[in-house]
Design a binder for this molecule. Sequence first.
Ligand code: NOJ
Length: 740
Amino acid sequence: MRLIFSTFILGIFLGCSGPDQAQKLSPKQAFLDSLLNEMTLAEKIGQMSQATGNWEKTGPVVTDPDMVDLATRGKVGSFLNVFGAARTRSAQELAVNQTRLGIPLIFGYDMIHGYKTTFPIPLAEAASWDLDLIKRSAEITAIEAAASGLHWNFAPMVDIARDPRWGRIMEGAGEDPWWGSKVAVARVQGYQGDDLSSLSTIAATAKHFAAYGAAEGGRDYNTTEVSERTLREVYLPPFQAAAKAGVATFMNGFNDLNGIPATASELLVRQILKKEWDFQGFVVSDWASVQEMTDHSIASSDKEAAELALIGGCDMEMVSTTYTEFMEELVKENPTYISYIDEAVHRVLAIKYDLGLFQDPYRYSDPAREAEVVLHNDHFKHAREIAKRSIVLLENRNQTLPLNTDLNRIAVIGPLADDKETPLGTWSAQGRQEHVTTILEGIKLASGDETKILTAKGCEVNSSDKSGFKNARSMAKQADVIIAVVGEEALMSGEALSRSDIGLPGVQLELLQMLKATGKPVVVVLMNGRPIAEPWMYENCDAVLETWHLGVQSGPAIADVLFGSYNPSGKLPVTIPRSVGQIPIYYNHKNTGRAYDPTERYTSQYIDEDHLPQYPFGYGLSYTEFEYSNLVLDKSSFHAGESISIGVDIKNSGPVSGEEVVQLYVRDMFGSVTRPVLELKGFHKTMLAPGESQTIHFTLGAEDLRFWDKDMKFSWEPGNFKVFVGPDSGDLLGADFKLL
Ligand code: NOJ
């Protein structure tokens, strides 16, 4: 059998280098065409089907597939949840040696923030505003995965999320389409590099196409209703940016978008993705999302679901088996479907070709390389670097932080203080607790020899039991400072983990209140996968660090910030609301006809809640102070084709060196359609020594001011604009200009 495979594939390789074909077609094109030509309909359908391995399930339980049977009968072109150099090699051997054409399998897996070396959750990394480091996390993920037999990552998730109840907000870059697009590109480049066939890159997936994050009520999988304008202005830009950056695959969303499940959306996939954006990779469904179209009550049978997905442009079906079961029958009934099938298979085979799998199907399954690179020291170094830069300092009353290393006693209290699972976050792939350094461990390593560390749990994350309070109080009372580590466990955010109350679970708030009542300074280290609405905590505790779920190096990274060996520079990629009632709340909202005015009753506001969020988008403090002044434009008006230069002075007027994320926003004052009050258009991260000043320059052109106008043309309109620069979306200097 092996001989047949080798001869066959080799034959095609040799055949395609013949002079006639070479003149007309690239070697890749010629190879793919001849292979497709050789394939039976059943073999083609196999390439359009993906099954899960038995080792890990990342969706509702399905009957354990018979992997050997599926692979040797050519019933699948791909597995997900099959990983490890040795296992992928054996699975690959089945397909390569025992099927007629020996077409290699492609192995996919969810490595959302690392393979074995776990980095901060994506929302946390987005708070670092450091695209190079974000890219580096993706590169390392690819290096570890590619050595472990994996070819394909189901990441990045580029869904814009404006509702923190939605558990998957942790998986993306937050609420802003401009920043979301930059992060999407950095991640795609990190995973894929310049060459998919390199042994240290893997194929990436832009998911979940599209508007999955707009789930009504923030409830995962829920219906989405989004106008085409909002779709194109808010939800699609990161996908388009990923497509432009050459992402290899897209994944359909589970959601019903404006009445059509995304998995069958001709508008999204055939029209926008494959035609307007000229996407050349392939589209995979989400877990059983093809079959679920019967539950969406749009398909009356599994067969109809297969037909709708095929017409919609879904090239590969994940987990459900409607393609395998019904595609032959569908083609018999409607022979024109063969063109959709050929297109889909061509796309799938093209990515396998780009990965180099036809040259050597085992190139990624290398136990020696796996042993050498996975969990490499350098990967841990990077994990610490990006983790400390992802931390956002939300409060720091009376300069409680940074702590002196020579304190007598520090009380480290709270259910997450020594928890090894929570820092891994949700979607932790092969991350393991034994590789995590907890906060307690990090503090012990960083504090001086003379400092005594007292510790108590106080309570569990999500329980009503307060019996541990007494001991926690007694530890707290003996200490110079209390570090309270509270928040959400790993599996309180992520897929199918939406919450209706986004405050601190259980009795953790009461724990904080009890600690504060001791009169000792309370530093809250918040660990969470979504914004936490808990006004008392933010307004009463002495310092609050937003540390998200930071991965294996959580403890050392947090200690770096607590003791000031790193001055925090993270800024929120998402608004933190004061209460669930304010949701949706995001900075780039429209003005309305009756914008909020506290002195006027008939304006847009709540009678029982503040108008402003707890913290605006882009917010984050430092151990130093930055002063902004002299916002100057080089001209007051310009024409399309020209640009305007914006300068602002920034001075570090505080006591220590620090990095600041200087943010640039614009407002289009009048348009043919209503425009947001602010839109992020740029940022600059800069390091300043105490007393140092810098002038930061930005440039804007008409192309930066484009939007979907009243005729749904993506274009700029002449008129009045305001430009704003500042430390966050709630604290800005402004100036006016005109586009002529
Ligand atoms: C369902 C999730 O929505 C998707 O993001 C993931 O890639 C697949 N399951 C596979 O695990």
